[in-house]
Design a protein around this ligand. Structure first.
Ligand code: PGA
Length: 254
């Protein structure tokens, strides 16, 4: 169990083998920032290659099918992602929910399958802008979590991470205020404690995601109950990504 800040790069549909040099540079820098846990989720096509080269960082997938194997053209199971070297999988990202119509119920079956395959899970949640304008953002996010999480998880403090990513902040350069981030993370923490108990619910890390950059990382990461960041655009170069990791580790090499 680690309480180090957790900084995860979500490369989305970006990256050919030419990006392996960035992965190597991220890994080298991560060896100097031992106060921070650094991970990347490249596209499936690069999981194995990044896994083979990485000495320090963990590699993850960005999705998986809920099944184990079978007639599902174009899909990848959690078992296959693990076999390629993935240690974790991001599930329920808003782009999957929007582009592929993924429901909370489907996400829950994926979470079960991933945990069963030995992968840790980063479960994403986050509200669309209109829910925030209506003041219903907290209810919306907690409902997503309630429906996307299995009834029981063994050792959730080790196996589960939550990523709060307001949809309107993803890739837009806009972020909630620090108070708004604090309020949502406190609500998610209360939900986790109620679901998993004081100890385990207190250990599940809650990442913030949505337009995290080297310039705003330090203040966002200092908010209570923010245990790290899920980073999209700014994770595509080692330079900007590792400046976020540096901010997470109080700006010190070690
Ligand atoms: P962004 O993406 O950092 O580019 O806003 C975050 C995410 O979608 O995980």
């Amino acid at each position: 169990m680690s309480l180090r800040p957790y900084i995860v790069g979500n490369w989305k549909m970006n990256g050919t083998r030419a990006m392996l040099s960035e992965a190597r540079a991220i890994d080298r820098a991560a060896q100097r920032y031992m106060k921070v846990e650094v991970a990347v989720a490249p596209p499936y096509t690069l999981i194995h290659a990044v896994h083979r080269e990485a000495e320090q960082i963990a590699v993850g997938a960005q999705d998986c099918h809920p099944g184990v194997e079978g007639a599902h053209t174009g899909d990848i199971s959690a078992v296959m992602a693990a076999d390629a070297g993935a240690k974790f999988v991001i599930l329920g990202h808003s782009e999957r929910r929007q582009d592929h119509g993924e429901s909370n119920e489907l996400v829950r079956t994926k979470v079960e399958s991933a945990l069963g395959a030995g992968l840790n899970v980063i479960l994403c949640c986050g509200e669309p802008e209109e829910k925030r304008e209506e003041g219903k953002h907290e209810k919306f996010v907690l409902n997503q979590l309630r429906l996307s999480l299995p009834e029981e998880i063994e050792e959730p403090g080790d196996r589960l991470t939550i990523a709060y990513e307001p949809i309107w902040a993803i890739g837009t350069g806009r972020t909630p205020t620090l108070n708004d981030i604090a309020a949502m993370h406190a609500s998610i923490r209360a939900f986790l404690v109620e679901k998993f108990g004081e100890e385990q619910g207190g250990l599940v890390r809650i990442l913030y995601g949505g337009s995290v950059k080297p310039e705003n990382a330090r203040e966002i990461l200092s908010v209570e109950n923010v245990g790290g960041a899920l980073v999209g655009g700014a994770s595509l170069t080692a330079d900007s990504f590792m400046n976020i990791a540096l901010a997470a580790g109080d700006g010190e090499d070690q």
